[in-house]
Design a protein around this ligand. Structure first.
Ligand code: F6P
Length: 311
């Protein structure tokens, strides 16, 4: 076996050891670990759904919830008994759910299975998590202590930040999350762009910005899954993802609390930036659970450039 990601046998640092060495506070690292474990259960559910697609029977013979609902159930149940979480806010729930005694340290936000409609296409999908110490109706800057996402693709990978850099782990064949890249750092600029929304719905300033990227030779890379699309910018160490304001929906499509804040936290910790075009994503105040915002996220040169276009 060669060096790098494939080499699980030598000098392996697993997730728990990494968080301990990085000095992540004990309750936070236990919580992150438990959420990472949920990723294994969710990936089993995805596998089960794929069996059905392939015409195979549900091995449990039971009526299945939709994949996003069952991912939500699994996550909520796990967090309920973790002892570290007082409230759970999920894209799948209408309101914040109190799941602890009220004395626990953390509030967890979740998009349990983002992009689940892509399952049948066999593209990658993901889970997005934000961890907050304070009530979530504030800015991410004031409330967030950590974020992570899990990508279910040809490999299952997990990227987390607890405020000391951004790190990537791969789930190996033994079921352990092993360190793939520590302290991922984005370059000043990249060479890919990932633009959401229909072109004829874009506002003129955004269109001009995208045309500039095209002129500059940026390659189009958009899968329609927020997690893999963000992950490729991070792992390629540069470039830009955007889901902009549209004529019919000036707030864009993606949700501030469940999708944008966690990704902004992770990107900033990797030296990148995230803005709605004017204001940093982590400086936007969350007013409601389903609040949306336009987003430009990735390496700093592209994010600074779009601010000039949208001025
Ligand atoms: O929010 C769900 C989601 O599927 C994201 O994962 C993705 O970035 C976006 O919607 C894709 O939207 P569209 O189908 O408009 O490109």
């Amino acid at each position: 076996m060669g060096e790098g990601i494939g080499d699980y046998t030598k000098n392996v640092i697993d997730l728990r050891r990494h968080m301990w060495m990085a000095g992540v506070e004990v309750e936070l690292r236990r919580l992150i670990w438990q959420i990472a474990v949920v990723g294994k259960y969710i990936s089993a559910k995805i596998h089960e759904a794929n069996r059905k697609l392939a015409g195979l029977k549900n091995i449990y013979g039971e009526e299945q919830l939709s994949l996003d609902r069952s991912s939500d159930e699994i996550l909520k149940n796990q967090l309920q008994f973790s002892g570290f979480v007082r409230e759970y806010a999920s894209e799948e729930q209408e309101a914040i759910v109190k799941i602890g005694t009220g004395r626990e340290k953390y509030i967890v936000t979740a998009d349990p299975l983002d992009g689940s409609s892509l399952v049948e296409t066999n593209l990658a999908i993901g889970t997005i998590i934000g961890i907050h110490k304070e009530a979530v109706f504030d800015t991410g800057k004031n409330t967030m202590v950590a974020a992570l996402y899990i990508t279910y693709g040809p490999l299952i990978t997990m990227v987390y930040s607890a405020g000391c850099g951004t790190h990537e782990f791969v789930l190996n064949r033994e079921g352990e999350y092993v360190l793939a890249q520590e302290n991922i750092r984005l370059k000043e600029n990249g060479s890919i762009f990932s633009p959401g929304g229909l072109r004829n719905e874009w506002i003129p300033e955004h269109l001009r910005f995208i045309e500039q990227l095209e002129k500059d030779g940026y390659k189009l890379r958009y899968s329609g899954g927020f997690v893999p699309d963000i992950n490729q910018v991070l792992i390629k160490k540069g470039g830009l993802f955007t889901y902009p304001a549209l004529r019919k929906s000036p707030q864009g499509k993606l949700r501030l609390l469940f999708e944008l804040q966690p990704m902004a936290f992770i990107m900033e910790q990797a030296g990148g930036q995230a803005t709605d075009g004017r204001t940093d994503i982590l400086s936007l105040k969350v007013e409601s659970l389903d609040q949306r915002s336009p987003i430009y996220i990735g390496s700093s040169a592209e994010v600074q450039m779009v601010k000039q276009f949208l001025k």
